[in-house]
Design a protein around this ligand. Structure first.
Ligand SMILES: NC(=O)c1ccc[n+]([C@@H]2O[C@H](COP(=O)([O-])OP(=O)(O)OC[C@H]3O[C@@H](n4cnc5c(N)ncnc54)[C@H](OP(=O)(O)O)[C@@H]3O)[C@@H](O)[C@H]2O)c1
Length: 336
């Protein structure tokens, strides 16, 4: 979309398909502080043969969205006006000719990083079919919209990067954040013995309530002592979701042959040391990846902590809240 294609408010005529020509979206015309994120009236993206048009209910708000708003965007030149938003949920409104997995009205969730036809901070989004799936049973549309990025990252960290097995001792650093609160539950689903390193006493209480066997405050507690008590013979695996001294302490506690995994973006990256494996990874969407996520969500009876909900028109406030830190779980935009 270019600036020339912007239309004026009020032209919300529906075409022959019943789909409006324009939509409300929280978008930016230039990179900058949260204030650059304002409500725009933009064309509803056009639908290609392998794509799905979704009327959005909920969009997730992540630190990566804020980084993209501030200038970290993989496409040069950036397609202003640029609609951020990496994940969310909603109802299928139309399908391309080659799409057969969905029907109009299906409740779906989606993850599409730097989505080519605009992000999910909008009333409508068009995404590639492989980046969409039916929402898992047991979740509301809002809960499903909160988890595509964090859920795929958490599950792929536990299952694919660390390959956690029943009975192993696992430590999650950053356990009270968006990815961590879900990773705790997936590690317990795989029957690990789990210690969560959380932020603050409220973070410790949250990760205990989500099933962690032990939890310690990584900001103020004695993490090394807690690790020694938890696993006197060393830890099998560490998932690093917050980098720095605390993560390095957890890595030191790994036994020989142990492994640490972290999604790219965690800084500083955990230090390498002899005898352990260090695994960097990215969350991957796809039909089988979403299927794995939905199966795990249903088996775990996943709890989705949503700490704050903002209307689409307050997307800039949601980004300010992200910048304050100490988000216990996830922030979402309520679009419907
Ligand atoms: N490459 C990928 O595909 C991918 C996908 C998703 C996420 N990521 C990355 O993964 C990371 C985690 O994402 P997220 O959404 O879970 O972020 P988040 O919600 O900010 O979670 C990080 C958590 O770590 C906590 N923390 C920081 N220092 C700590 C310490 N010393 N001890 C204990 N807890 C500590 C933070 O608490 P406070 O805020 O209170 O400090 C926060 O709760 C981010 O770096 C993100 O960029 C990468």
């Amino acid at each position: 979309m270019s600036a020339e294609t912007r239309t004026h408010p009020g032209k919300r005529r529906a075409g022959a398909s019943g789909i409006p020509e324009t939509m409300r979206a929280a978008a930016i015309d230039r990179f900058g502080e949260p204030e650059v994120l304002t409500v725009h009236e933009l064309p509803v993206p056009s639908l290609g043969s392998g794509e799905v048009l979704i009327a959005l209910d909920t969009a997730g708000v992540g630190s990566w969205d804020a980084e993209m708003r501030a200038g970290w965007y993989p496409v040069v030149p950036p397609p202003f006006p640029l609609v951020p938003g990496t994940d969310g949920s909603g109802r299928v409104t139309a399908m391309g000719a080659h799409v057969h997995r969905f029907r109009k009205g299906d409740a779906v969730y989606s993850y599409s990083f730097a989505n080519p036809k605009g992000g999910l901070y909008a009333e409508y989004v068009v995404v590639a079919e492989g980046k969409v799936a039916h929402i898992p049973k047991g979740l509301t549309l809002q809960e499903a919209g909160a988890i595509p990025t964090t859920g795929l990252t958490a599950l792929q960290g536990i299952d694919d990067a660390l390959e956690v097995k029943a009975g192993e001792t696992v430590v999650i650093v950053g356990a009270s954040g968006g990815v961590g609160t879900l990773a705790v539950q997936f590690a317990k689903l795989r029957e690990a013995r789990l210690m969560g390193v959380a932020s603050g006493e409220d973070g410790v209480a949250l990760v205990r309530s989500l099933g962690a066997d032990e939890a310690v405050d990584g900001r103020h507690g004695d993490v090394s002592e807690a690790l020694r008590k938890f696993a006197p013979d060393g830890v099998d695996a560490v998932l690093g979701l917050a980098g720095g001294d605390t993560l390095d302490r957890a890595v030191k506690s790994l036994k020989d042959g142990g492994r640490v995994a972290f999604p790219n973006g965690v800084e500083p990256r955990p230090k390498k040391r002899h005898g352990i494996e260090v695994i960097a990874y990215d969350a991957e969407p796809g039909i089988s990846e979403f299927n794995n996520l939905s199966v795990a969500v249903e088996a775990a009876k996943l709890k989705v902590p949503i700490v704050a909900t903002f209307p689409l028109s307050d997307a800039s406030l949601a980004h300010k809240r992200i910048a304050q830190g100490h988000v216990l779980g996830k922030i979402v935009l309520d679009i419907a």
